[in-house]
Design a protein around this ligand. Structure first.
Ligand SMILES: [Zn+2]
Length: 394
């Protein structure tokens, strides 16, 4: 299995400055290579390829030993490949008959990652293995940077990336051959319904709420965005407001991911098989008129953003759940979300009148009453079991 792990870096002041230079000069390399491709194409109709640009790296480095020459050849190649990928995507879309935007120059703040494609080549994970208390990553031109390694690294480190998020720096490892850690069978299966009031509701009737602090952060974010909209371009207040919005977005992402990990872990521990709705279809069919319970003050202004933040949590959650299920040897099944919320789990009667309110389900045919999300989760489980049975029969 392949996994990626992200750790906070704790650079010294000098290292932080070097990381900033490293990122900035990779950005300049990217923009210069883009400029080169653009002019060659515009003036001579020539397409420059990755191989051409990679071959020029040697000269670029030789001409600028205190700048470009300081960094890893391989990380610079990775940056050129990134540009190449942008061009390929551009030409693919052109070929498909669409009119895509030409690959763009990356402004400061629009280029946040440098990748070293191979551990040991201009970079080294765990560069001071003998150190009694800390873990380090060595990056060419930067030095041995201390890593806040909050969990063990399993498998073989393949690529190493450094990413800037606001004022923080992170290292992202992509690891191969990560061993699976199967969990003992429980004999239990579950369907799960994804929602706004509760992130997850299981067919057993358990509700996992979206964390309260996430809603609080969403409120603060809404306020910060409103403040931002009132500032003038180029002003100091605007710069500060932008930083605040970015920091709150990062907080939302962290909180969401953290909650997704906890929720998914509990599910894979409890169930051998988990069935969920296929989100790609669910997003199209789900009505936009959900209610958000206890949203705090200023509901109307904030509910849109609040909802979108909670909605976006589904994708993150399912990604994490898929990882954990694979690692634990659990079965994860996606089913079509058709009518799951208006079908009676007891008698199968389908009617939109069955759904009394957002939370209450009452069957107009047999009288079965249940929490609407639990009723949906039972239908989802049933659809998953039917799908599995069909697959086994085939
Ligand atoms: Zn019924």
């Amino acid at each position: 299995m392949r996994r990626s792990l992200k750790f906070l870096l704790r650079p010294t002041t000098r290292q932080a400055a070097a990381l900033a230079s490293c990122l900035e000069e990779h950005r300049q390399l990217y923009n210069a290579a883009l400029e080169h491709r653009r002019t060659a194409y515009a003036k001579a109709g020539v397409s420059i390829r990755y191989g051409d640009q990679s071959a020029e790296l040697k000269h670029i480095r030789g001409d600028d030993p205190d700048g470009q020459g300081r960094w890893s050849f391989s990380s610079q190649q990775a940056t050129l490949r990134r540009l190449d990928k942008a061009f390929r995507a551009f030409f693919d879309r052109v070929k498909a008959g669409r009119t895509p935007g030409f690959p763009r120059f990356k402004g400061r703040g629009r280029f946040d990652t440098v990748e070293w494609p191979k551990d040991g080549d201009g970079c080294r994970w765990d560069s001071q293995p003998g150190h009694p208390t800390a873990t380090f990553v060595r990056l060419q031109g930067v030095g041995h940077v201390r890593v806040h390694r909050h969990r063990p690294v399993k498998g073989r480190v393949k690529t190493i990336s450094v990413k800037r998020e606001g004022s923080r720096w992170y290292v992202i490892l992509s690891c191969d051959e990560v061993p699976a850690e199967p969990l003992p069978a429980t004999g239990a299966v579950a369907g799960i319904d994804l929602g706004v009031a509760s992130l997850v509701t299981t067919s057993d009737g358990t509700h996992v709420a979206n964390p309260r602090h996430l809603a609080a952060t969403a409120d603060r974010l809404a306020t910060a965005q409103r403040d931002l909209a009132r500032t003038k371009r180029g002003s100091t207040r605007r710069r500060k407001a932008v930083a605040r919005v970015a920091a709150l977005h990062a907080t939302v992402r962290r909180q969401r991911l953290d909650h997704a990990h906890k929720t998914a872990l509990a599910l894979v521990r409890d169930y051998d098989m988990i069935v969920h709705e296929d989100l790609r279809i669910a997003n199209m069919t789900r009505s936009a008129s959900g209610t958000i319970e206890a949203p705090g003050r200023n509901v109307a202004a904030k509910s849109g953003l609040n909802r979108s933040i909670l909605d976006a949590g589904w994708g993150v959650f399912l990604t994490v759940l898929a990882y954990k299920a694979e690692s634990a040897g659990r079965e994860l099944i996606a089913v079509e979300p058709r009518n799951t919320s208006r079908t009676c789990a007891e008698c199968g009667h389908v009617a939109k009148e069955n759904r009394v309110t957002q939370a209450a389900f009452a069957c107009t045919a047999c009288g079965h009453a249940a929490h609407a999300d639990v009723n949906a989760a039972v239908n989802i489980l049933r659809a998953g079991l039917a799908l599995r049975e069909a697959a086994q029969a085939a």
